[in-house]
Design a protein around this ligand. Structure first.
Ligand code: CA
Length: 351
């Protein structure tokens, strides 16, 4: 152990963890019911069939910690030196649910529950709104309620909704509201939809290990390549897990995207106002959830700019306090570390 982990800024910065998960009991019940009744997609069956029912020590810890918005979570934060947590309803939110009224009710009540916890721990917990993209107009209204009435700081969308993506025209009310209201849009993974998952479950690769990043980076790229950020230059997209690998791929993505546009090979691809790199530096933020890798973090900072890279722990899925020490010790200037752990998140989420 290189140093003791304390809250309060003894290393020159507060630590803000920006992708932290909670669940509500009725959300878990509803998803497990879908799994049991054979109505969930393969990704949800694999994810929640496991996390929801496995008796292992790891999954029992995760279930217990997801449902807690109180002292257990505060103690875990204290032990890991985390001053503040930005919280969101865990993947898949309510997006696997087929009954739209049920989905909206569960999301809305989760928002109320989270708001109450944030009120109880006002300098520790900050909320992001849960929505049900199945109903885009309702979601736009819930985003406004989340910001104006519940004091939330962003929205988490758990990637696809039954295989549909936010660049599709029916979701415009959600994008427009995020852009107009200054609400950061955090696209968080879930399992790939049935028409994409292929043999990934059999290979053991559909979840956080790999499939999440493939599906979520695909989602983000659909937004980038269809001109969403030319339409909404103020829209701010947040991606976890090292911006889902996009900084590593960006030169190839940009070269081949532009080759595809020039060849007029695809009906949907039109020239953009800027190279794809531009959007990574002006519209996309990356967090380090599940990727406490100094090499990856330096790459993200090189490609996206050090003002757009933020710390995230991914509690309770990856609760490893030693990773915090590792990142404290990154070979970066003190001012860069402060941006990474504290001020970038304060600026984006208006904490
Ligand atoms: Ca997560």
């Amino acid at each position: 152990m290189s140093h003791e982990l304390k809250t309060g800024g003894d290393r020159g910065y507060l630590r803000i963890a920006t992708e932290e998960a909670f669940a509500t009991a009725e959300q878990m019940d509803a998803i497990l019911r879908l799994v049991k009744e054979g109505k969930a997609d393969k990704g949800t069956v694999s994810l929640w069939g496991f996390y929801g029912t496995s008796p292992s020590e790891r999954t029992t810890f995760i279930r217990e910690r997801l449902l807690d918005l109180g002292e257990l979570r505060i103690a875990a934060m204290d032990d890991a030196g985390i001053d503040k947590a930005v919280l969101a309803l865990t993947s898949p939110g309510v997006q696997s649910i087929h009954d739209v009224e049920e989905a909206k009710g569960i999301a809305s009540r989760a928002n109320d529950q989270l708001a109450a916890a944030c009120e109880k721990y006002p300098d520790r917990f900050y909320g992001m709104t849960a929505i049900a993209p199945q109903d885009p107009e309702w979601s736009a209204a819930e985003l406004k309620r989340g910001k104006a009435e519940l004091g939330f700081h962003g929205v988490q969308v758990n990637s696809h909704t039954h295989g549909t993506y936010l660049d599709e025209p029916q979701f415009d009310p959600i994008l427009r509201t995020c852009a107009e209201e200054g609400i950061p849009l955090y696209i968080h993974p879930q399992g790939p939809p049935d028409n994409m998952i292929g043999g990934m479950v059999e290979a053991g690769l559909e979840g956080a290990v790999f499939g999440f990043a493939i599906e979520t980076s695909y989602h983000a790229l659909r937004l980038l390549t269809t001109g969403v950020f030319d339409r909404y230059p103020d829209l701010q997209l947040v991606l976890g897990h090292g911006a889902e690998g996009l900084p590593f791929w960006i030169d190839r993505l940009n070269y081949m995207f532009n080759a595809g546009v020039r060849s007029q090979r695809y009906e949907r691809l039109k020239p953009l106002q800027h190279p794809l790199h531009y959007y990574l530096r002006n519209n996309v933020w990356g967090t380090t959830s599940g990727l406490p890798s100094p090499a990856s973090i330096r790459l993200m900072m090189d490609v996206m700019g050090e003002d757009r890279v933020m710390y995230a722990m991914d509690y309770p899925y990856q609760y490893v306090p030693a990773e915090v020490e590792l990142l404290d010790d990154m070979d970066l200037p003190a001012e860069t570390l402060k941006k990474f752990f504290q001020t970038n998140a304060e600026g984006l989420f208006k904490l």
